[in-house]
Unconditional design. Structure first.
Ligand code: 4PL
Length: 246
């Protein structure tokens, strides 16, 4: 499939994990991808792997000036923004009695402040063309109440409900906003925490057995990002081998 020919896309968190897999698929299907990450070298490596006219850009999505600069640069380089995938996020493993206010803020800063800043600036670019696809990465932990990440669960619940409200605000501009709720996925970030030891437990709850990989999340994201998904907005989809049903 070549669903994204002529489309300009930003993917945040594109240096690794789910973000990188999404960036690579959008690029493979013809999009000009701006791979954005706090890790500039990692973002550049993703863009290199995609090839073509894709570019890696270093940006802290929670820094207002950096996000403004990012969008100005992309508008100058590409003239528009069609697709925004918000995959940048912090995945903590912190027992509740150790969640300090600083730790709470660290997670909220990226998972919600960063999402807000990217959507605020990105949707302004999309509104100029009356077209847009925003796909935000939440988590199925918002249904499961997964332990050792209460602040993360709170932030990802916010990702879902923010998307519902944003969909209403942006419908007039033919911009859709949808949310993906992945289950536990084998990424670099997860491998760095004790969440990596939860795969067998999570598998027990899945309808389909196996360990989730970034590539398993990509098809649902690409569908929401595609032109033909124009009649779907404000929705959320669990992509977790059937762990959560709703
Ligand atoms: C079920 O989003 O959804 C662990 C770590 N277990 O980050 C997650 C589950 C984790 C999850 C998540």
């Amino acid at each position: 499939m070549q669903r994204f020919t002529g489309r300009v896309a930003i993917v945040t968190g594109a240096a690794q994990g789910i973000g990188r897999a999404i960036a690579e698929r959008l690029g493979k299907e013809g999009a000009q991808v701006f791979a954005v990450d706090l890790n500039g070298a990692g973002a550049a490596a993703t863009a290199e792997a995609i090839g073509g006219n894709s570019t890696g850009l270093q940006c802290d999505v929670a820094e207002p000036d950096a996000v403004a600069r990012l969008h100005a640069d992309i508008e100058k380089a590409a003239g528009k923004l069609d697709i925004l995938i918000n995959a940048a996020g912090i995945v903590p493993f912190v027992p509740w009695d150790q969640v300090t206010f600083e730790e709470w803020r660290r997670v909220m800063r990226v998972n919600l402040d960063g999402l807000f800043l990217m959507c605020r600036a990105g949707s302004d670019l999309m509104r100029k063309k009356n077209y847009g696809r925003i796909v935000n990465i939440s988590s199925n932990s918002i249904f499961a109440g997964t332990p050792n990440m209460a602040h993360y669960v709170a932030s990802k619940g916010g990702v879902l409900t923010f998307g519902r409200a944003l969909a209403t605000e942006l419908g007039a501009y033919k911009i859709t906003v949808n949310t993906i709720c992945p289950g536990l996925t084998d990424t670099e970030t997860v491998q760095k925490t004790p969440h990596k030891d939860a795969f067998d437990f999570v598998e027990m709850l899945q309808a389909i057995k196996g360990h989730g990989k970034p590539q398993d999340i990509v098809p649902a994201v690409a569908f929401f990002a595609s032109e033909e998904a124009h009649w779907i907005t404000g929705q959320a989809l669990s992509v977790d081998a059937g762990m959560i049903r709703w």
